[in-house]
Design a protein around this ligand. Structure first.
Ligand SMILES: Cc1ncc(C[n+]2csc(CCOP(=O)(O)OP(=O)(O)O)c2C)c(N)n1
Length: 625
């Protein structure tokens, strides 16, 4: 680590020669692998983007010149080079650094990210602002081929291409998203990169590198290739040119000499430019190159063997319950189809995809399209299950209102990772879904207590008593209730379940966080003789008013518990109920407070937000009425 150890600021690498830059890339890789083996993170994308980060900081005058990373999960080399080498050992940890770029964290993080496809819009904004202020800054957006499948990226290209503002977009094309990348844009990029002239160039780059005289030669080749790629076999391949960008590439993005050379040249060219670079996800670590989907974020592993060392559990995650149940339902009902915006393995829709590939649609990182497409499928008579991670569904809010709910279209929207997700932090917590969807008419909004209830709610939503439905459930494990091969049970919309009888205090919970509530209820009874009336509300909409009436009539102290924003969620719903009836109750709300919660283990974050089992217990026993 001779070089890396001495770098505290990227200006130190500006004078490096190619041999030093190559060594630096090798050291960065070794460091990222060693750190991620113990402290898991997004290793695959970050290994693939090492040369991009090094070349940018070598060529450009960061932080005055600005780099905007799309999604930001590939930016580990950037973080390590920009004064966070030691801090990287605490990557994604509680009170450590974020796994994504954050403006508060470093002046080198020009724009915060976590969600996909924002980089071109944000970089354009920065570039236009610099122009307004008369500053001569370079602004660079680094976007993956997966992120380019998101509509926002096209909106950015469309706007930037017509403005003529100086902007460099580096398209980091590793030909994979988390799962296999799909879509027409992917096919187009593939066509460009498999062009015989490009491959000839790539081969000769390698041949030539050994021989030296790199500069003039590369210059000539790149020029020729650009010319030839815009017209391969008589067909135009200049999609980006037609959008107003000058297209350069494709070049080998894992070749540091080629990268620094190209960036150096592009620095002098005005206007919107797009450099297409080909990289390998997981580059330099064989296990990560071999199974790129798993090594997107593999958990802990043994560096020598590549064996993944994360704890295995006997119980299934909510995701497996979702995936298996969807397949079970689809086997019985031909109308059922699955839609995922690029998260087939993350949400386990790949279980259905394996058996029924023609009935599962991976639409790319395109949450808005996923919802409106589902609405179209429903309007055409199919029964779509659209699965979106809760935080990414924020993108599709209007589509749910305008395309689904308003038109009474029966889309079953399954929101995965509802609630605090842990190490991915503020950008990824599913905090706002319940508050956001509660005011939308024509929607049923529910959250299962456990695995069996998820299965039954999914089944129930297919039945005639339900219209458009949102089912939200958390990341990972529940309490481990028996669910597999269980006969489906219909759940009437708007019905709560009484989970404990009592009258000293009432606990109204929604979702799987209710299991922590149940632990606290049990402990309050055992240790303090406090008997809690515990309702698992199950539905936020329609809400079970009989259960609320019962709770308010019997217990004067009501505690709501939700793994979501208190403002607008269950807490607000119960407050509205109490206020409308002028009831004499004290209401305490446990849930995500009115601020953004950063990264940490779920246990640390529940404790911080005051709704882990201990906090619920304290709230229950604080006062005996
Ligand atoms: C709006 C949104 N949807 C989904 C995701 C989840 N996600 C994170 S990285 C990723 C794949 C990105 O692919 P690409 O841009 O090609 O980068 P790579 O990981 O291949 O380097 C996805 C789908 C996200 N971060 N944001």
């Amino acid at each position: 680590m001779a070089l890396l150890e001495s770098i505290s600021d990227p200006s130190q690498i500006r004078a490096f020669d190619n041999a030093q830059l190559e060594q630096l890339c090798a050291e960065l890789r070794e460091y990222i692998i060693a750190c991620c083996a113990e402290n898991p993170g997004h290793i695959g994308a970050s290994l693939g983007a090492v040369e991009i980060a090094v070349a940018i900081h070598h060529v450009f005058n960061t932080p005055e010149d600005k780099v905007v990373w799309d999604v930001g999960h590939q930016a580990y080399a950037h973080k390590i080079l920009t004064g966070r080498r030691e801090a990287f050992k605490q990557n994604r940890k509680y009170h450590g650094i974020s796994g994504f770029p954050r403006r508060e964290e470093s002046p080198y993080d020009a724009f915060g990210t976590g969600h996909s496809s924002t980089s071109i819009s944000a970089a354009l904004g920065l570039a236009v602002a610099a122009k307004f202020e008369g500053k001569h800054e370079h602004v660079i957006a680094v976007i993956g081929d997966g992120a380019l499948s998101g509509g926002l990226a096209f909106e950015g290209l469309n706007n930037a291409g017509s403005q003529g503002t100086d902007l460099l977009v580096i398209l980091n094309d590793n030909q994979i998203s988390i799962d296999k990348n799909i879509g027409a844009m992917h096919n187009y990029l593939l066509k460009v990169t498999t062009d015989r002239r490009y491959n000839k160039l790539k081969k000769s780059i390698w041949d030539r590198l050994g021989a030296g005289r790199l500069r003039e030669w590369l210059q000539k080749q790149v020029k020729n290739t650009k010319r030839s790629l815009t017209r391969a076999d008589g067909e135009t391949l200049s999609l980006f040119d037609s959008l107003g960008f000058r297209y350069f590439g494709p070049i080998d993005g894992n070749d540091i000499a080629a990268m620094t050379y190209m960036l150096g040249r592009l620095k002098a060219i005005p206007g919107p430019k797009l450099l297409h670079v080909i990289t390998t996800k997981g580059k330099g670590y064989a296990p990560a190159e071999e199974d790129q989907t798993v090594w997107h974020a593999p958990g802990t592993f043994d560096v020598e063997t590549g064996r993944r060392t994360g704890k295995k559990s006997d119980i299934a995650k909510f995701q497996e319950v979702f995936g298996t149940t969807l397949l079970d339902l689809a086997r019985k009902d031909n109308r059922i189809v699955g839609i995922t915006p690029a998260m087939a393995s993350g949400c386990s829709m790949n279980i259905m995809q394996k058996e029924m590939p023609e009935r599962v649609f991976d639409v790319g990182i395109a949450e808005q399209h996923a919802v409106t497409y589902s609405a179209g499928l429903a309007a055409g008579g199919l029964l779509p299950f659209c699965n979106i991670y809760s935080s990414f569904s924020q993108r599709a809010y209007d589509n749910v209102i305008h395309d689904v709910a308003l038109q009474h279209l029966k889309v079953i929207l399954c929101l995965d990772r509802g609630g605090l997700v842990g190490e991915d932090g503020a950008t990824h917590h599913g905090a706002f879904d319940m508050a956001a969807f509660r005011p939308v008419p024509n929607l049923t909004l529910c959250a299962p207590f456990d695995e069996a209830e998820l299965r039954d709610l999914m089944y129930s939503a297919t039945q005639p008593g339900y219209g458009a439905t949102v089912i939200r459930y958390p990341r990972g494990y529940g309490k481990g209730s028996a669910w597999r091969d269980r006969p489906f049970a219909y759940i009437e919309p708007g019905t709560a379940v009484k989970r404990h009888e009592g009258a000293d205090v009432a606990l109204l919970s929604i979702g799987a966080i209710g299991t922590k509530g149940a632990e606290a209820v049990e402990r309050a009874s055992r240790e303090k003789g406090i008997e809690v009336l515990h309702y698992d509300m199950r539905f936020l909409k329609p809400i079970d008013t009989a259960a609320l009436e019962d709770a308010c009539a019997r217990a004067r102290r009501i505690i709501t518990l939700e793994d979501g924003a208190r403002l607008g969620g269950l807490y607000s719903a119960v407050a509205e109920f109490i206020a409308a009836r002028d009831l004499d109750c004290t209401l305490i709300g446990l849930g995500i407070p009115d601020r953004f919660i950063e990264q940490g283990t779920p246990a640390e974050l529940y404790a911080e937000c005051g709704y882990d089992a201990d906090s619920v217990y304290r709230a229950l026993v604080e006062e005996k009425n």
